[in-house]
Design a protein around this ligand. Structure first.
Ligand code: CA2
Length: 144
């Protein structure tokens, strides 16, 4: 069964606890539970991880080489700063879907650019936590 790595970056462990007007009321555990259910219907095995540390995210992306068929990643604020995450994703052979819960283009200017977007097969922003499900469905098509 194809494994999909779901990665969430800094502060996304706080989902559902603060700023619900921007990020909604679902917790990260809720998101992972929903994605796990969806993956069962799509025939994927889901591995979900979150870290506040850039280097750990880089390690996990490297570990996905030869192990996961695709990656869904919300790099959080590291989207806008991290060449290291971009480099790690460039070394991954499978499709990458970038997810942002909020519409980063309607927010501050510094959020409009993401280093990851130039590597990702697709970018989803502003669909709330539903975006993770859309990304998984797109991976199903890309990996068919
Ligand atoms: O919209 C997104 O998903 C973001 O990746 C979220 C990041 C932000 O820096 C990006 O520009 C856009 C921030 C994640 C912080 O998540 C929190 C959730 C609840 C409460 C506080 C922070």
């Amino acid at each position: 069964m194809t494994k999909i790595l779901l990665l969430n970056g800094p502060n996304l462990n706080l989902l559902g606890q603060r700023q619900p007007e921007i990020y909604g009321s679902e917790t990260l555990d809720d998101v992972i539970a929903d994605c796990t259910e969806l993956c069962k219907t799509l025939g994927f095995e889901l591995e979900a991880k979150q870290s506040n540390h850039e280097g750990l995210l880089v390690d996990w992306i490297q570990d996905a080489r030869g192990d996961s068929g695709g990656i869904v990643i919300n790099p959080g604020a590291l989207s806008h700063t991290s060449v290291a995450i971009l480099d790690a994703l460039n070394a991954f052979e499978g499709p990458v879907m970038e997810v942002h819960i909020s519409n980063i283009h309607r927010r501050e200017r510094f959020r409009h650019h993401s280093y990851v977007s130039g590597r990702a097969e697709g970018v989803i922003a502003g669909f709330g936590t539903q975006g993770y499900g859309f990304a998984l469905q797109r991976l199903k098509t890309l990996l068919a």
